[in-house]
Write a protein that binds this ligand. Structure first.
Ligand code: PGA
Length: 239
């Protein structure tokens, strides 16, 4: 079971250290923390061998005149093993196309990072009955053909469920995950994200095609992050 925490643009070094000090990571759960890039090195250097680290985005190039951007190699150098690519906030607020996301996924691999590739539909797309069409297009355009199952993690994050408190129903998650898993290389890992919290994590993680969760808001407080990690541990004991 995987629990990935995406802190987005939140927190200071002091707050991050306090949160991590309170985090309990049991056997059977892979916890990946994706703090803001400025905190990554400092937190990763704290010597927590029970945690893994991820960036929230990377540039496709290893270096160059790209003001404000961060190369995958730079994230790897300060302790990251993962990087989110194609998060909907990057796609929507920074105009990232699936083609750009694909380049970033390749850059992550080049740097030795495992990309957590995010895809998801808008509410309008869901209401128009286009969920499978939209996700299939995002997947085929963002995922490099050369990627084997262990080269990446896929995260399904319906855009209307991110940061809204509107979690997708278990039926919706199960239907989409079944659809996506049939399109991944055998053994591919699939996370659900979008308003996951201490209360709903157990039921979501109990679905057969859910290998973990990508958590935003609820990963910013030790109490809720720990509760989600505990829920993942319970599910990993059952499987
Ligand atoms: P949320 O964010 O848990 O706050 O909805 C999830 C995400 O954006 O990865």
């Amino acid at each position: 079971m995987i629990v990935a925490g995406n802190w987005k643009m939140n927190g200071s070094l002091r707050q991050g250290k306090e949160l991590l000090a309170a985090l309990v990571v049991p056997q059977g759960v892979e916890v990946i923390v994706c703090p803001p890039a400025t905190l990554l090195g400092g937190l990763a250097a704290s010597g927590r061998s029970d945690l893994q680290w991820g960036g929230q985005d990377c540039h496709a190039q290893p270096s160059g005149a790209f003001t404000g951007d961060i190369a995958a190699e730079m994230l790897a150098e300060v302790g990251a093993s993962f990087v989110l690519v194609g998060h909907s906030e990057r796609r929507q607020l920074h105009g990232e196309t699936s083609g750009v996301v694909r380049e970033k996924a390749l850059a992550a691999q080049r740097a030795g990072l495992k990309p957590i590739l995010c895809i998801g539909e808008t509410l309008a797309e869901r209401e128009a009955g286009k969920v499978e069409q939209v996700l299939a297009a995002q997947l085929s355009e963002s995922l490099p053909e050369s990627f084997t199952a262990d080269a990446f993690i896929l995260a399904y994050e319906p855009i209307w469920a991110i940061g809204t408190g509107k979690v997708a129903s278990l039926e919706m998650i199960a239907a989409v995950h079944n659809f996506l898993i049939s399109r991944l290389p055998g053994g591919g890992k699939l996370l659900y994200g979008g308003s996951v919290n201490a209360e709903n994590a157990g039921a979501i993680l109990s679905l057969p095609q859910v290998h973990g969760v990508l958590v935003g808001g609820a990963s910013l407080k030790a109490e809720s992050f720990n509760a989600i990690i505990r829920a993942a541990q319970e599910q990993s004991r059952k499987t």
